[in-house]
Write a protein that binds this ligand. Structure first.
Ligand code: FAD
Length: 649
């Protein structure tokens, strides 16, 4: 800590370092928690660059967290956590080209709201818009449409603060390798600070929701199931062998609310939640729950249809209900019927037909299994190195959702996910990076990505030679750090059950091994300090090239004055610990909302679930206000606080 204090004293006093020491991080689903040493909320690019410089000098790993919607341990750290919620300005809107340049902390909901002021819209969304734009891009977030690919296909350029403290711009035309690596970066490249995004005209969508048999889904798979409308998604009910097909097309028709139902709101929400809880103790009731809950919601026999016209930004969203594990894989679309038929047979007690080498005896799973699509083959942006979609045709996503009723893990998870992942791999699949895949080894991942992983790793290592942005998730998933150790890499040393469910994750800096509390040796420090100078870069030519590429331009960010706060983050004090949650699945417990397109809760569309908010204890202007100043003084030194160094500029 003394080291941190000394290093802060060496940096520009005019640039604040807005850090707190009492933050507890958890994912939206409360699947993982961790307690970062510092939680830092910059408001300007200069502050981001200062954070990087300090982290390098203090030998700390940096983890950027968006809205914490990735349910894995991807964003867990015991080192320094950076959150860009206060770095969310709109810099520029080009109405003719329909483009927008934004600070990367902006949430998709905010981005859409700003775009609609110009009659523009985000062209494609997933089930929610609570994610930060940088977080959504970083994990290959997708919606469900064969006319769209990943959300990142609309990214025109990115500005990234790299580990040497320089902000570098990349795009299709400029630093293309860095761009391809950064389009799915998993937080391991640097801090994405600015995004230039392609928008589309704003419009309404008319959607239709139909209850059909699974046989109907399979029979229309190759004809018009996925092509009849621009957006289509399917919720598969595994035991009833039925599905809800939701499809939507752009329209100029006026808004028309869906038909309401007494069951679709909080009654349905709480009924399903409690029944799921009961099923944790008596799993065999799950098929009956599926029949009852989804029958009440969508009808007990196929044919029931619901329609509505909504603004696209609202209509594409759904309420994801409760805390959950999700294990979603991308496979070639043409393998879909085989995947669904085999999984269906396996789950329904026909192991021969399923041909999956794991027993399903006594195993019962949750409903629905999400079935979605994308097509990344005709995009104009370069393909990200870590794109998980099918390169030669349309992609199918199968998402094995398992709810955690009242934050309790379901008993079927391990066996279900092991078998599911086995099947997905057999069918040429790749996992969604944000989600809870757990039975796939780094060797298998290396096999799936081949040269592309090599290329991504090469760029990554060049721009972050000390592993400032590398953590256990990256090591475990790709085998990074196995070849050689990165001085600033963080390793997991322990995880234990958290009191309120989920796991508490504890990490240790690679550099701290053998020298607790401190970082690299002085000689390594000197070597890396030299690498600050582009001409002395230890990482070869391309790092120099990246340094020169528009570093100056990208530091001159002008804000348009947009500083509206979203207001869904939860902050509370618990035993003197400052919690600033990035999301909370319990926030929205009043309705099944878009999950239930039949009855839309009045607040659900305009106020999508789990948007995170900056309801700071003090105010958005003085974020440091609530923090225990005596503790901060201990950490950062009284001189620094007296100078107003923390958030009081
Ligand atoms: C309820 C729910 C619904 C979802 N629906 C969908 C869906 O429909 N389709 C889909 O594909 N996914 C979906 N997801 C997954 C979600 O889109 C991803 O987890 C996404 O990454 C979350 O964005 P975030 O801002 O919360 O990022 P986080 O989860 O906070 O972070 C994700 C990654 O991005 C990195 N990161 C964040 N900001 C930056 C930055 N500025 N610079 C560098 N790296 C950064 C982090 O370090 C981390 O590696 C859903 C998740 C939930 C919980």
């Amino acid at each position: 800590m003394e080291k941190i204090q000394q290093e802060i004293a060496r940096t520009e006093p005019d640039v604040p370092f807005r850090a707190s020491t009492k933050h507890v991080h958890h994912t939206w689903a409360k699947t993982f928690q961790s307690r970062p040493e510092l939680y830092i909320r910059p408001r300007r690019l200069e502050e981001i660059r200062k954070i990087v410089t300090l982290a390098r000098r203090c030998r700390r790993r940096l983890v950027v967290v968006g809205s914490g919607h990735s349910p894995s341990d991807l964003t867990c750290t015991s080192s320094w956590m950076v959150n860009l919620d206060d770095f969310n300005s709109v810099y520029n809107v080009d109405v003719q080209k329909k483009t927008m340049r934004v600070a990367a902390g902006i949430r998709l909901a905010q981005l859409g709201k700003e775009a609609r002021k110009y009659d523009l819209q985000v062209p494609n969304l997933g089930s929610i818009d609570a994610q930060s734009i940088a977080g959504a891009i970083a994990t290959a977030t997708h919606g469900s449409s064969l006319k769209h690919g990943l959300l990142s296909e609309n990214v025109l350029s990115l500005t990234i603060a790299l580990s040497n403290g320089h902000a570098v711009k990349c795009s299709k035309e400029q630093n293309q390798d860095l761009f391809r690596a950064a389009l799915v970066s998993l937080g391991a490249l640097g801090i994405i600070a600015e995004v230039e995004f392609q928008l589309a005209d704003n419009c309404n969508i008319e959607w239709e929701q139909k209850l059909v048999s699974l046989d109907h889904v399979l029979a229309t798979w190759d004809t018009d199931l996925w092509t009849q409308k621009e957006f289509t998604r399917v919720w598969w009910m595994p035991y009833m062998k039925r599905a809800i097909v939701w499809s939507a097309e752009k329209t100029s028709k006026p808004l028309r609310a869906p038909q309401g139902s007494w069951y679709g709101g909080s009654v349905g929400f709480h009924t399903y939640h409690n029944l799921l809880y009961l099923s944790n103790y008596i799993p065999r009731i799950l098929p009956a729950i599926e029949w009852f809950v989804f029958g009440m919601q969508y009808g007990f026999s196929p044919g029931k249809t619901t329609t509505a016209v909504e603004e696209m930004a609202d209509g594409l969203l759904m309420n994801c209900l409760y805390s959950q594990f999700v294990n979603e894989w991308a496979i070639p679309l043409h393998k879909g019927p085989e995947a669904i038929s085999r999984l269906s047979a396996w789950m329904n007690g026909d192991p021969g037909e399923g041909n999956i080498p794991f027993s399903a005896k006594g195993l019962y799973v949750h409903c629905p299994i999400e079935v979605r699509v994308s097509d990344t083959t005709y995009r104009s942006t370069p393909r990200p190195f870590l794109d998980n979609t099918y390169e030669h045709g349309p992609t199918l996503y199968l998402n094995a959702t398992l709810y955690r009723p009242y934050l309790q893990d379901p008993p079927c998870r391990d066996r279900y996910y092991e078998a599911f992942e086995w099947l997905m791999r057999e069918l040429g699949g790749k996992p969604h990076f944000a989600k809870n895949f757990m039975y796939t080894t780094s060797e298998q991942m290396q096999g799936m990505y081949g040269d592309n992983l090599e290329k991504w790793t090469k760029v990554r290592d060049e721009v972050d030679p000390q592993g400032m942005f590398l953590g256990e998730w990256h090591r475990r998933t790709f085998g990074l750090g196995g070849r050689y150790e990165f001085a600033q890499q963080e390793r997991e040393i322990m995880r234990r059950n958290a009191p309120n469910g989920g796991q508490f994750w504890v990490g240790e800096m690679e550099a701290a091994r053998g020298r607790p509390g401190e970082g690299l040796s002085n000689s390594m420090e000197r070597t890396f300090e030299k690498a600050d100078s582009p001409s002395a870069s230890s990482s070869g030519e391309s790092f120099d090239m990246m340094y020169r590429a528009e570093a100056e331009k990208s530091t001159r960010l002008q804000t348009s004055g947009y500083d509206e706060k979203d207001d869904g983050d939860k902050t509370n004090a618990d035993e003197g610990v400052y919690h600033r949650f990035h999301g909370n699945p319990k926030d929205k417990t009043t309705g099944t909302a878009v999950f239930d397109k039949i009855s839309v809760d009045a607040t659900s569309s305009s106020n999508p679930p789990n948007i995170l908010m900056s309801r700071d204890i003090a105010s958005s202007r003085s974020w440091v206000g609530p923090v225990d100043k005596s503790l901060l003084e201990k950490v950062l030194g009284s001189g620094y606080l007296a100078k107003g160094g923390l958030g009081e500029a």
